[in-house]
Design a protein around this ligand. Sequence first.
Ligand code: HEM
Ligand code: HEM
Ligand code: HEM
Ligand SMILES: *[C@@H]1O[C@H](CO)[C@@H](O)[C@H](O)[C@H]1NC(C)=O
Ligand SMILES: *[C@@H]1O[C@H](CO)[C@@H](O)[C@H](O)[C@H]1NC(C)=O
Ligand SMILES: *[C@@H]1O[C@H](CO)[C@@H](O)[C@H](O)[C@H]1NC(C)=O
Ligand SMILES: *[C@@H]1O[C@H](CO)[C@@H](O)[C@H](O)[C@H]1NC(C)=O
Length: 433
Amino acid sequence: MRWKIAISFASLIGLSTAQLARYVSPSDSSVSFSLNIPTSTSNSGSGAIFFQVRGPATGKSWIALGIGSGMTGAHIFVVYTDGSGNVTVSARAGQGHFEPQFSSDAEITLLGGSGIVGGSLIANVRCDNCLSLAELSVTNTRSNWIWADKDGSAIDSSDVEANIQHHDRTGLFTFDLTRAAGGDSSNPFVQSAQSSASVTATGTGSRTSGGSTPTSTNGSSNGSGDGDGDDNDYNLGSGSSGASTGVSNITKMLKVHGILMGLAFAVFFPLGAIIIRVMPGAHKADVHMVVQIIGFGLSIAGLAYGVMLAEDLRYLKETHPVIGMVVMGGLFFQPIVGLIHHWLYKAKGQRTILAYIHTYWGRALLILGIVNGGLGLDLADNTTGGKIAYSVVAGVLGLAWLAASVLYYVRGGSKAAGDAALEKPLSSDGLRE
Ligand code: HEM
Ligand code: HEM
Ligand code: HEM
Ligand SMILES: *[C@@H]1O[C@H](CO)[C@@H](O)[C@H](O)[C@H]1NC(C)=O
Ligand SMILES: *[C@@H]1O[C@H](CO)[C@@H](O)[C@H](O)[C@H]1NC(C)=O
Ligand SMILES: *[C@@H]1O[C@H](CO)[C@@H](O)[C@H](O)[C@H]1NC(C)=O
Ligand SMILES: *[C@@H]1O[C@H](CO)[C@@H](O)[C@H](O)[C@H]1NC(C)=O
């Protein structure tokens, strides 16, 4: 939905002015990455694209942008000072978690407006073959990009093979390429700065609206803008910061997915399983049903986020998403079997084979799901604190569940006096299971 709006939006607004998608580092608003796909390229599906890497003039050793979803396989552009007031853009091929080495594959040209300008380090770059090199489609609304930077003293080298140190920060984001399309400039970063409107965006890279006031500016022809590093100096062709970036927030999706799945598998499902075993009275099956259906709903919502994440990060074949999808697939039958069992029980006054299927299938899936939560935290490199928190919650509820089930069997399972109603046709309300 949002993407559809974005697409029609992009086609509505002036395609004659350069359109820039922009991502601002969440940890330092003076570090940003912008992208423009000129109209000719977006129409034909191939051709040059433009990108800009921008950061503070001092305090950074290097800043890099890469096309890809992780270091491995990424086409990386590392930017550092060249020692004479300009910048060096070093195209490198990421091959793993180690220093990417120079690669001449990318045909890049440093454009005007680059350099140490107005307190900023700016690299305006045209890449003639990036689209084909990275196999990027101009219609991709969620193309994967990475960035990284390193604090420290300037490298001051014009050597594209200069040594760089391990980063202090890294990140992953997506650009909606349809929102970066527009314009026919040979240097959109300078040209658009000269046009009449610019949008002041609030510099976090989030697309939340509000607070964007089109201001008439003077854009500086040298591309430095007003130099505060915080303003979007470029004409985005609209008065809304909603169009200022085409970034989907992976951090946010990750958090939502983790919370929904954690609640479902580590809290609701075990709780529901405990309830059906220890709750006294006639309504335990009702309460179990309600609790499990809530958990089921949460997990379905979490699944949607998980799939988006896995698509964005290209993790669909990793162990965690695969197990997750298997568990979710298996879970689909659980409420249905539970309900049919319940109805049959009401009709026959006797447990059927479905009770065992529901119980053992349910146990297997829940255990697998709980373990998979741990794998997710591992995959996402969550903090030790996060992992401990999850283990404690899942562990406590898991043990309580085990205790409840053991207790149930010790008491004689469904044959026990307390559960005798299960076997008796006269439990007319049928809810005593
Ligand atoms: C000396 C150069 C580099 C070394 C030794 C290096 C090493 C590593 C290592 C060990 C990791 C795993 C997490 C961590 O320990 O931080 C990592 C992750 C990452 N690096 Fe680098 N890196 C280098 C340069 C770069 C550059 C130039 C980029 C440019 C975009 C980059 C982007 C990333 C990203 C996005 C991640 C997280 C995603 C992933 O795991 O692939 N790295 N890097
Ligand atoms: C996603 C949804 C559900 C999950 C994950 C689930 C899970 C479970 C689990 C794990 C148990 C066994 C507890 C133990 O370890 O001893 C169980 C038992 C049971 N569930 Fe569900 N359940 C779900 C939905 C339902 C629904 C909709 C009903 C309908 C009323 C239902 C009725 C029952 C009954 C009657 C039992 C006891 C079976 C017996 O021993 O006779 N469940 N459920
Ligand atoms: C049993 C069901 C699942 C559980 C309990 C679960 C739980 C989690 C948790 C706790 C995290 C870590 C969140 C964080 O650190 O903030 C996570 C991450 C993740 N999950 Fe799941 N998840 C499940 C199913 C799925 C499915 C079905 C998919 C995709 C098809 C998926 C894809 C992912 C991805 C891609 C990540 C993030 C990896 C990263 O950022 O490096 N998960 N999951
Ligand atoms: C940096 O180099 C580019 C490409 O040669 C040039 O267009 C630009 O004007 C230079 N910037 C400065 C500040 O000299
Ligand atoms: C993503 O969401 C997180 C948490 O809501 C927020 O702190 C961060 O600034 C957002 N980042 C981007 C790039 O939107
Ligand atoms: C805009 O630029 C012109 C010259 O380029 C300058 O005279 C004028 O004061 C500037 N206006 C603002 C608002 O900075
Ligand atoms: C670029 O323009 C700004 C403002 O117009 C000015 O302050 C700065 O000195 C200029 N920088 C260069 C390198 O010309």
